[in-house]
Design a protein around this ligand. Structure first.
Ligand code: AMP
Length: 421
């Protein structure tokens, strides 16, 4: 497999698929440019080698071409500032403007294409169907877009000599620019960018041959959204810490009283199956032993600490209790590989952020003592940011859905397209 480090981009035009799907305020000002910054090492390496860059990305969820509010133009100035090069713009991601500008692109220059998702072909999904379209009409429209997707992909590929995928955030999508396009390039001319490589390496460090003991911390609100993640981890980890709102479904399933805590009644059976499977696999499941409870879901609620399974009526578990924090810390600090996805409580309210903060601090302590720690999934990343611990863990993933799918054991189309399997 080609790697970006080995490749010399001198005189080459690189199509770089990035994930510049950044949040914008109503005045189109970028409110968080993390995703742009994350791709800078790749873009700068290509330019430093004497190559040129063609940036392809999506922004928002456009339903047609063009939809001005989703134009990549809104981020052009900021991207130029961050790269330190005046970035050119193609009004369309293909067609004459893109072709002409790409053709004359010189070493050190950067061209940004208009939003790839202005074309239905990027995602390969039919658009604009009437609500009452028949199944036949839907099938015909889908077939048509799949057919024109082939040409769309070829047109994109024809702009460049080399393909670099640095869009981990969309690597779980089999879209034209994230996966299909790779087939248009020879093995030696396609590769991951630095971000993509680091993301894939860090997940594999946890899931494939990790240094033991391995601890996964899975929290957040719902068991249902993390079921496949938990099931896949049961074959891979030594300890599985279950925390946050989802722990109450486990507590209730075991016969505990949980008051008005979050609970998915239809998941209780599954919770018991998970516990049984963990036991059979020799996985140590660590559940909270106490909870910081509130009399209402509010930042200024009255609070009390309750033993797990003994929460009075009218009270809800909002955060890990003090004994739980100590228990979690002991397990985490004895681990050599740690994965964290999902908060231990309603960390958005300061009164209930203590459990997640203690958790993040334990992970930071373990990391300092030599463990490898991977933090991923929107809310855990928000936690390490909030607690100022972002530089005290080994790797903070930029991918939400893509990361979860990798932890679920799935092969991502964007990864497979480069590596082949
Ligand atoms: P998820 O999106 O499933 O990862 O869940 C993240 C959300 O879970 C955050 O918004 C937390 O506020 C929420 N959460 C964590 N613990 C609890 C809890 N005990 N009760 C209600 N919500 C919780």
């Amino acid at each position: 497999m080609q790697t970006i480090d080995q490749f010399n981009f001198a005189g080459k035009k690189a199509f770089v698929r990035v994930d510049f799907n950044v949040p914008l305020d109503p005045e189109f000002v970028i409110t968080d440019d993390t995703r742009i910054r994350a791709a800078l090492p790749t873009l700068k390496k290509i330019l430093a080698d004497g190559g040129s860059v063609i940036i392809g990305s999506h922004l928002g969820r456009p339903k047609k071409n063009p939809e001005p509010k989703y134009s990549m133009k809104h981020i052009l100035a900021h991207v130029s500032k961050l790269i330190g090069v005046e970035v050119q713009f193609a009004e369309d991601c293909m067609g004459e403007d893109a072709k002409a500008k790409a053709a004359v692109l010189k070493p050190g220059e950067v061209l940004m294409l208009e939003n790839l998702r202005f074309y239905a072909e990027e995602e390969g999904k039919a658009r604009g169907l009437a609500d009452d379209a028949s199944d036949d009409e839907k099938a015909t429209a889908k077939k048509a877009v799949k057919e024109s997707q082939k040409q769309f992909t070829k047109n994109l590929a024809a702009l460049a000599d080399v393909y670099v995928n640095d869009a981990f955030g969309t690597a779980h999508r089999a879209h034209a620019s994230t996966a299909l396009i790779a087939k248009e390039f020879a093995t030696e001319n396609k590769m991951f960018g630095y971000l993509m490589q680091a993301e894939v390496d860090s997940v594999e460090k946890v899931l494939k041959a990790p240094v033991k003991p391995v601890t996964a911390v899975i929290g957040g609100s719902k068991v249902s959204s993390k079921i496949t993640v938990i099931e896949n981890l049961l074959d891979k980890v030594d300890n599985l810490i279950i925390c946050g709102g989802m722990a109450f479904t486990f507590a209730k399933a075991q016969g505990g009283k949980i008051g008005t805590s979050l609970c998915e009644d239809d998941m209780q059976e599954l919770a018991l199956t998970i516990l049984a499977k963990a036991k059979a696999n020799g996985v140590n499941i660590v559940l909270p032993v106490d909870a910081l409870c509130a009399d209402k879901f509010a930042p200024d609620a009255a609070t009390q600490v309750c033993v797990s399974g003994q929460i009075p009526d009218g009270w809800m578990g909002m955060d890990a209790g003090p004994e739980t924090r100590v228990l979690f810390a002991k397990t985490i600090e004895a681990s050599k590989t740690i994965l964290w996805n999902g908060p231990a409580g309603v960390f958005e309210f300061d009164a209930f952020a203590g459990g997640s903060k203690a958790l993040a601090q334990s992970i930071a302590n373990a990391t300092k003592a030599g463990a490898f720690s991977l933090v991923g999934g929107g809310d855990s990343v928000a936690c390490v940011n909030k607690f100022g611990l972002v530089n005290d863990v080994s790797y903070v993933s930029t991918g939400g859905g893509a990361l979860l799918e990798m932890i679920e054991g799935r092969v991502l189309p964007g990864v497979e397209a480069i590596r082949g399997f």
